[in-house]
Ligand binder design. Sequence first.
Ligand code: 5RP
Length: 250
Amino acid sequence: MFARRLTSRLLINSLERTNRVLVRDFDKPKQRAAQRALELVRDGQVIGLGTGSTAKFAIEGLGRLVQEGLTVKAVPTSIATEDLAKQLGIPLFSLNDAGVIDITIDGADEVDPDFNMIKGGGGALTREKLVALASVKRVILVDESKLVLKLGQTRQLPVEVLPFASSMAARLLTDLGCPTSLRTQAGAPFVTDNGNHILDCSFGAIDDPAELEKRINLVPGVVECGLFIGIADQLVIGFDDRVEVRDRST
Ligand code: 5RP
């Protein structure tokens, strides 16, 4: 009898432990990073708004600040971000109308020790790169799972291509040394906000991302590639219990 009760207790303890692990809040590090990044925002600034589940926390936080009286203009990097920002009452401008952007806050799929990144998991890479390039300061929010020694270790590299030339681009990208697959959604090709398709490229660990970016950009039909080289100025890394801010060494 006693042995049976002891076994049940041990089983319950083990289930409770498992449950605690299962209910780990994966959003917490993203929220922490977003919160810290918003401390960089100043009244009157033009803000680039990134895309994805991490950037979403920053946009929601910015919405709260705007409701409390902060005056900013924002440039969205996707239609999803634009819709969210509109709902939150954040004043929006197109990239063409905004001029120079003071600070862009975005997420990333992978970041290497030199702050080079793979982006485009959400398919917004082209607008994300353009908004980042128009920005004085680029702040990238990640949790520690995004930090890698070499890009391509955990993610495929998204490349946005013109639908008209997607098969040719896929063949030429395969010649660069990687199998490619056309991204799909609900059984049809995924269509970006720019009306293009995405080829996800399995390069594996990339030794020279800057050189690869140049070669990909020469492929006919390629609109933009998800390698972001020398773009991130600051990383805000959310952990379960803290936030770390790292500046790119120049
Ligand atoms: C979208 C992106 C995102 O920034 C990237 O995919 C990270 O997304 P998340 O914060 O949801 O992990 O590049 O095109």
